[in-house]
Ligand binder design. Structure first.
Ligand code: DX5
Length: 247
């Protein structure tokens, strides 16, 4: 159910918030930059801070030059939050690990289009596990990679950084791609969520939402905020109600 978009003051004239928006975008906390020695507590405090979802950035040092957690780590952290978990598999060969992340308690599994030559089959496999299927595309990957699989998709993730690390600069040029994907999804009539991942902060969240994203992934903007997670989340939500900058 899409709520009536709230109107946003724009230089005196009224401009409605995006028609696709829920009341406001969902904030997805990436635990990439969390304290791994206290991961369960970090997941619990992100939950208490008011985020909507938790994202696990899974890296294998092959697809990206970094390595993080596996399904067992995700599974033991399941008990620390009631929020949906999404596994973002930045790995060269996601197929053999899909069932393990599903049984670890992930509600959504996101694979990269660049690592799945048989993407439609991979997405079907994820759904056959009773889990929602997502696909992520790197900054240089065109949206043509997802054009023909919308029927098997629950979520599209537009990377606004090169995957592998948190704390990188938001690539504003990706907003054009976000809008393209939004238009593609709207034309299809399919209930596919559009997510942006990378460099989301109080400076970039509004533009990403207005470009067409309804899920915003934030890692360092929340985990590294000097005022703590709750303050960071509150500031991000306030940033989404600011007047829209002049075009
Ligand atoms: C990159 C990761 C990051 C992370 C968010 O591979 O996917 O984008 O989730 O990190 P920040 O919010 O610090 O860019």
């Amino acid at each position: 159910m899409v709520d009536e978009p709230s109107s946003v003051l724009h230089g005196g004239s009224r401009r409605s918030a995006p028609s696709w928006s829920l009341r406001e975008p969902a904030l997805v906390a990436s635990v990439l930059g969390a304290d791994y020695a206290r991961l369960g507590e970090e997941v619990a405090s992100l939950t208490d801070a008011g985020v909507d979802r938790i994202q696990w950035d899974v890296m294998d040092w092959r697809f990206v030059p970094n390595m993080t957690f596996g399904p067992d780590v995700v599974g033991v952290c399941r008990q620390y939050s009631h929020l949906p978990f999404e596994a973002h598999l930045m790995v060269q060969d996601p197929g053999p690990m899909l069932a393990r992340f599903a049984s670890a308690g992930c509600e959504t599994i996101i694979v990269h289009a660049e690592t799945c030559p048989h993407l439609l089959r991979t997405l079907s496999t994820i759904r056959d596990l009773g889990v929602q299927a997502g696909v992520a595309v790197n900054p240089s990957t065109p949206i043509d990679f997802v054009r023909h699989v919308l029927d098997q998709l629950d979520q599209i993730v537009i990377m606004t950084v090169n995957p592998g690390f948190g704390g990188q600069r938001y690539i504003a040029a990706m907003e054009e791609k976000v809008s393209e994907v939004r238009a593609l999804v709207d034309r299809s009539g399919r209930p596919v969520r559009v997510e942006v991942d990378g460099g989301i902060s109080t400076d970039t969240a509004l533009a990403a939402w207005y470009a067409g994203a309804e899920f915003l992934v934030a890692g360092s903007a929340v985990l590294s905020h000097p005022g703590g997670k709750r303050t960071a989340v509150d500031e991000l939500r306030r940033a989404l109600t600011r007047p829209v900058p002049a075009p």
